[in-house]
Design a protein around this ligand. Structure first.
Ligand SMILES: [Zn+2]
Length: 152
């Protein structure tokens, strides 16, 4: 049996001390490929660098996490447009809505950037990776996600 890890954050600073060693263990354990998620602007280049290091065994997902949606400015837009053309860029993500940490980013900005990410994914013809999280029993972010997915 072969495994693909569909959602890795191996470029997280938690792995700064032993990243190569962890990657080695990943492949030794039977995972033959992992998908690195790069959902902040500063993570995009490192994710593609990782793919160049392990071209057959990795792919990158590039996007803006809802908690940092406010960082998606014109420079980020231009860069993401360019980097998504890289053949290692497999999808747009993780994108969505996170209403647990509204202090990090308010709903209106999350919604606007999520919608923009959806139309970008459509334009570059790549799949999306979602991150959607509710606060308590309020299911609003799921309803909004389904609505946006239906209309984009
Ligand atoms: Zn993630």
């Amino acid at each position: 049996m072969y495994f693909i890890d569909s959602h890795a954050h191996i470029n997280d600073e938690a792995f700064d001390a032993d990243r190569e060693e962890v990657i080695k263990r990943v492949f030794e354990s039977g995972v033959y490929k992992f998908i690195e998620i790069a959902c902040e602007t500063k993570e995009w280049h490192p994710a593609l660098d990782l793919c160049k290091q392990y071209p057959q065994q990795t792919a990158a997902v590039l996007g803006i996490h809802p908690q940092v949606a406010q960082t998606y400015d014109d420079a980020a837009r231009a860069l993401l447009d360019k980097l998504l053309k890289d053949p290692h860029a497999a999808a747009v993500g993780e994108i969505g809505l996170d209403y647990v940490f509204l202090d990090a980013c308010p709903k209106d900005i999350q919604l606007r950037v999520f919608e923009e990410m959806l139309s970008l994914a459509g334009r570059v013809q790549k799949p999306i990776v979602l991150h959607v999280r509710r606060e308590g029993e309020d299911y609003e972010p799921y309803d909004q996600t389904f609505h946006l997915l239906k209309h984009n």
